[in-house]
Ligand binder design. Sequence first.
Ligand SMILES: [Zn+2]
Length: 81
Amino acid sequence: MEPTKEVLCIVPSCGRPLHTPIRGARGLCYKCYAAANFQIKRGKTTWAELERLGLALPAVYKMTDRVFSTAFKQAKAGGAS
Ligand SMILES: [Zn+2]
């Protein structure tokens, strides 16, 4: 395994380390995520546009959730009781 690399916010001029990556935060630190979310709520942009601009990663957390819940169910079903 590679040593754990510090994950940085994908906004180049930010570069803040993601000490605690937020689930579904699209590669943004919490400040950038909050700022992006604010613009979206105000109708200034969309996640799709931010993805195109390279200012957000596609949301992949749902897939991860499914992987986890499948593994969890399997573990429970075949589990050591
Ligand atoms: Zn940031």
